[in-house]
Ligand binder design. Structure first.
Ligand code: TXE
Length: 454
């Protein structure tokens, strides 16, 4: 196998750069450096770790434009989105910079002594990242893991390593110790698997497909290693007839076509109450047609290309025999372009159940509230979802009835770094972000101190 791989610009299909393909030995060497760095890092006073993370955040903030341009080049993300993603990394670092001084244990009343708990870091944490949001997903793992006193070995996806490599350099530039935050580029079956099997990697965070995630979890089980999984989704955007239909239709394209649908939270099924179905489609059509697909470097672009030629073929395959209602537009020529597509689906259709991970949305009618909940839950996944209604009681009932980890009512928001994020069912295991994430990178130790004078 070649010692390098070539990174491609998805908007032009042209090569950008060659990147080292790490071997098992290279991976082991990075893990060994991380083991050494972690010991000194965990021994620092909490305020020193907090300061180091704040400094890292400031350096990232100062490089937002450079990181954003790299993501435009490597991932085809529109420049506006890429800037948001780079700023988000700085904000996540800033937020978890507050954690070292807040990881308080407990004091538990006992007879004959004092009982206290400590949040001990795991040691080295392995973070495996997919190609759809290379920077943000990486930061959801590395910021709280570092804050809790761990070292991190990070494996970006083969297709999109550029921003992760740059973040590794910026960490050093900010003064983080050598070895504490190691970025290891290479294949999942080599580097990713080594994170799973190496005895010194004590926790794994995986984001990617449900099938690989299941294998990663099985490997971690053999090592009795905790694992957090963020996997696929087939989230429902449920629109009741009593909703503000104009607003629901105007916002629906962004909820599924953002990042060209390559988003685990994409609302890729729109479920519409039957009495509002025709009107909703009438309103949706112009919203889809005005969705701006084009050069990701252009400030006005809302959607860029798909990530690769093979991924485009996989997305295209979903349209075989599909009942396409209408489509938006996309550039022709080089690059992995795909026009936003709205399909009228039946329950049981592949498009109504499987994750496409592209700009294709399935619209289905439902009869009443119970039917909406049943249909929303008729998938192996349970990551996100939206509920559009002006009826407060219904909003509460439906949000409690839908089995998903992240729901929003009369909006499509999924990610705020200070609120928890993660999926139910085949969408994952564990939660990232929010107030408790740093604690998830620790193990509780209980210590009893005898105080009896004898
Ligand atoms: O994911 P993979 P891919 C879904 C989406 C997409 C499909 C395939 O449907 O079309 O998955 O994407 C590393 N041990 N999602 O191929 O293969 C790999 O190198 C350890 C949904 O990119 O799961 C990469 O770094 N690691 C998802 C990461 O795992 C392994 C986001 C993800 O790769 C490994 C991405 C192994 N055996 C894809 N094999 C979402 N919903 O957010 C691969 N990897």
């Amino acid at each position: 196998m070649s010692a390098v791989f070539t990174v491609i610009n998805p908007a032009t299909a042209l090569p950008i750069r060659e990147i080292p393909r790490a071997s098992v030995d290279d991976t082991d060497a990075a893990i060994s450096r991380a083991v050494v760095a972690q010991r000194s890092w965990a021994a620092l006073p909490p305020v020193a770790r907090a300061d180091a993370l704040r400094s890292f955040a400031r350096v990232v903030e100062a490089h937002v434009e450079e990181l954003a341009q790299l993501e435009v080049l490597n991932s085809g993300h529109p420049i506006g989105s890429a800037r948001w993603e780079a700023s988000h990394v700085a904000q996540v670092l800033n937020f978890y910079a507050g954690a070292p001084e807040r990881l308080s244990g407990q004091q538990i009343p006992v007879a004959g002594g004092l009982d206290v708990t400590f949040h001990e870091p795991y040691g080295v944490v392995g973070i495996i990242v997919p190609w759809n949001f290379p920077m943000t997903i990486a930061s959801w793992g590395f910021a709280p893991a570092l804050a809790a006193g761990n070292a991190v070995v990070l494996k970006p996806a083969e297709l999109t390593p550029l921003t992760a490599l740059r973040l590794g350099e910026l960490a050093l530039h900010a003064g983080l110790p050598e070895g504490l935050f190691e970025v290891v580029t290479g294949s999942g079956s080599v580097v990713g698997q080594r994170f799973v099997s190496h005895p010194d990697v004590r926790k794994v965070v995986f984001t990617g497909s449900t099938s690989v995630g299941t294998d990663v979890a099985a490997g971690c089980a053999r090592e009795l290693k905790p694992v957090t999984l963020e996997l696929g989704g087939k989230s429902a955007n449920i629109v009741f007839a009593d909703a503000d239909l104009e607003k629901a239709a105007a916002s629906a394209p962004g909820a599924v076509f953002d990042n060209a649908g390559q988003d685990c939270c994409a609302r890729s099924r729109i479920l519409v109450e039957r009495s509002a179905y025709d009107r909703f489609l009438e309103l949706l059509e112009p919203a889809v047609q005005s969705w701006r697909v084009g050069d990701p470097a252009d400030e006005g672009t809302e959607m860029g290309p798909l990530i690769s030629a093979s991924h485009r073929s996989s997305v295209e395959g979903f349209l075989d025999g599909a009942n396409v209602a209408f489509r938006g537009s996309a550039p022709s020529g080089d690059g992995f372009w795909f026009a936003p597509t709205v399909v009228l689906a039946d329950r049981g259709d592949r498009l109504a159940r499987e994750e496409v991970f592209g700009p294709v949305v399935a619209v289905l009618p439902f009869d009443d509230e119970a039917d909406a909940i049943q249909l929303a839950n008729d998938t192996i996944y349970g990551l996100a979802g939206s509920i559009w209604t002006e009826n407060l009681g219904r909003a509460v009932r439906v949000s409690r009835g839908v089995k998903s980890g992240v729901l929003s009512v009369n909006s499509h928001s999924s990610v705020r770094y200070w609120t928890p994020f993660g999926g139910m069912k085949a969408s994952g295991l564990g939660r990232e972000l929010g107030p408790d994430a740093a604690e998830h990178f620790t193990e509780t130790k209980n210590v009893f101190f005898a105080t009896d004078a004898s």
